[in-house]
Design a protein around this ligand. Structure first.
Ligand SMILES: *[C@@H]1O[C@H](CO)[C@@H](O)[C@H](O)[C@H]1NC(C)=O
Ligand SMILES: [Cu+2]
Length: 220
């Protein structure tokens, strides 16, 4: 079993080198898939992940603090949006979605408080992950109208060979509707701790349960 695990890791490392990773590049809103980076922050790290738990790049990816070149899309509270990557996600791990309310989605740097609106963990028995090229999230129907950054985070778990990798981006969204609810949240970085079981877990060995890192999902 041990040697099988070692071989599995060796081949995973090779896949990394050969195929590269993935980038969140398209947003579908109001049923329309946008053009490249339309209504999304534009990252400058190609398809590389963020791995530093203390980095501000965890907010909206490397380069993603600047929203000046991106547009903002109006979406009704309760509607769904979809993030699509340049290729299907293939590193195993959870997907989480967060929102932060801001004065202007185009000028926000992500330093405000984030609340989680959805998480996708593995299914057991087996510990099978939902690996897709696109993931959708429904914006809470009760959330206050106004501008938000909506963030996708895929955490690619690479333990124990190398640290987990964050694949992230932020959409610029103006939520419309009559909702008035504001949720308390967490700061990013800081939302995932180096000691979180969902961050440290070895998914190849005795993998029977899992808690997605970060706060609990906020619901109406
Ligand atoms: C699985 O459950 C045990 C017992 O509650 C807990 O200690 C452990 O951290 C959990 N593992 C993960 C990866 O969440
Ligand atoms: Cu990769």
């Amino acid at each position: 079993m041990k040697s099988f695990t070692a071989i599995a890791f060796a081949s995973l490392a090779l896949i990394n080198i050969v195929h590269g990773h993935y980038i969140w590049q398209y947003l579908t809103a109001n049923g329309v898939k946008g053009s490249l980076y339309q209504n999304l922050r534009i990252n400058t790290n190609n398809n590389s992940p963020v791995t530093d738990l203390a980095s501000n790049d965890l907010r909206c990816n490397v380069g993603g603090a600047d929203g000046s070149k991106s547009t903002t899309v109006s979406v009704a509270a309760g509607a769904s949006i979809t993030f699509t990557a340049d290729q299907a996600v293939y590193h195993q791990g959870p997907v989480s979605f967060y929102m932060t309310k801001v004065a202007s989605a185009a000028s926000a740097d992500g330093s405000s408080s984030w609340f989680k609106i959805k998480e996708i963990g593995p299914t057991f028995p087996g510990g099978t992950w939902d690996l897709e090229q696109s993931y959708s999230v429904t914006l809470p129907s009760c959330v206050a109208a106004g501008e938000y950054l909506v963030r996708i985070e895929q955490l690619a778990i690479h333990n124990p060979g190398s640290p987990p990798q964050f694949y992230i981006n932020c959409a610029q969204v103006k939520v419309t509707g009559s909702g008035s609810k504001s949720f308390s949240g967490v700061n990013i970085p800081g939302h995932v701790k180096a000691t979180d079981p969902g961050y440290t877990v070895n998914i190849y060995n005795n993998f029977n349960n899992y808690t997605v890192p970060g706060p609990a999902v906020s619901t109406c």
